[in-house]
Write a protein of this length. Sequence first.
Length: 510
Amino acid sequence: MEHREGVGAAAPVMMQLDIAVNFTAAAGNANAKGNSQPKWLEEANSKHARAVLGPQSASRQLARTKFPPRKMVMPPKSPHRELPRMAERSQSPPVAPVGEPVPVPKPALQPLMKMESPKSREHNWEQNGGTPKKQKQCRCKNSRCLKLYCECFANGAYCDGCNCVNCYNTKENEADRKEAMGAVLERKPNAFYGAEQSRGCNCKRTGCLKKYCECFQANIPCSYKCKCIDCKNFEGCEERKARLYHYSADSMAFIQQANVAINGAIGPSSKKIIAFDETSRRKYTKWLPESHQEPCFTSGTPSSQSFVQPSKHDPTKLGLSKSAYRSPLSGILQLQHVNDFCKLLVEVSTEAAKTLPEERKMIDGGIDVNRADTSCRHYEDSNDHQSQQSAVELPENRGNEDRTSLCESDGYDIQNGRPLSPGTLALMCDERDATFMAANAPSTVTESNTTTISKSASALGPDQSYIEQERLVLTRLRCFLNGLITCGSIEGNEFNHKVSSTSGILMLWS
DNA sequence: GAGTTTGAAACT
DNA sequence: CAGTTTCAAACTC
Ligand SMILES: [Zn+2]
Ligand SMILES: [Zn+2]
Ligand SMILES: [Zn+2]
Ligand SMILES: [Zn+2]
Ligand SMILES: [Zn+2]
Ligand SMILES: [Zn+2]
């Protein structure tokens, strides 16, 4: 009847009557005992009366409706966040995945960043110089951070450093938290896996061109799943481009600011930390400038899922891209990475040559050849746009010059004006060859490469120096590849968005 | 920073 | 399922 009269009465006109008023006063410091009664508290109190229920009832209560009458004190925010496995309670809903909390596919697109005020609330990055830990700070007041309303909770993360009031999303309240998660899973089995297979938006007034729209916020065009009205969030839409550009500009400003804050200055070679949030690889967060690209196959825009989603506006693509598989690494490992890495290998090799005792200067020998002619130019045209688009995320942007010099060196180390070892050369070009050969004689690729390598080694015969040199280089290569594999599987399973992955890749050799 | 708008989540 | 309420973030001023 007069449910929530206290509240309702007070808000005859204003829709948003905010209990915050009471709250902020009573709980000036977040953690204080929230006292006002947003509804859930009311209930809590009433329940309190008949506190005889017993644990079970109480639990159940929590699970399905409001909140438990229990504790009102919120312990200090716990550090860190994690995604506790909440399989236990699996109520055996029809939808329940067979056996395990299988890591869902996952969207993978640079989300629009939420920057709010310049002093972003993602203070957690670069926690330890190493992997950046994002985590936005929520400001929940009435949900105890135990509903999907709370971003932290929705991400399967604990609140950490948030500005929430009466937060139960902490390790200290693990019990309640689990309960809540279970309740949520009842309704939404996909919950806690991030943006997962969102059911599409349902926007009515924003044309899906503001961040109110989940799709837009995630930097994903609306799909057939969406039930939006007057949607403008589709590829090719000028309005959308403009809008994206707008946000892009903000992002850039923000990023620069961030870099300044972190590095003190923006030196040409200073490491740029762009990999802020990664939001536990789940919820999108940041959105880097997309160079105004629209084409969905641009390297910089991995589809939101491993499979391209049909746009609700572009029927022509329905059939075609319906099942285009995309590598987990697509959009992450970029040409420039490879080039940079190749360069590193060259350096390693060169370095080794210097250090190692004797050094032969015979280049002619076994290197052949069919590898020398095709220069790396092939890379350039096919993937040029990539380099520009990664302007911000890569440590240094000198890819172009390097690439050129590297490609055209044709066996010479320009820096030292001396011939490169066969192994080095081989590494410089093997990838291209592999591609080429694979196209022509797939079955022999491996064999051929192997042969070549060993040949060059043996051709140089007893010369230990080359052998050692190659060993070093190959070792390095192996490390890189291993890292790549790891990166790929993480990407595939957990979804890292590009930026974080990029930094991961960069770390593979830096 | 306060106040408004918005659409998802929660509830009936 | 639809209609309503609640919620916290996005947005505006
Ligand atoms: Zn919260
Ligand atoms: Zn939080
Ligand atoms: Zn919280
Ligand atoms: Zn929308
Ligand atoms: Zn949409
Ligand atoms: Zn839409």
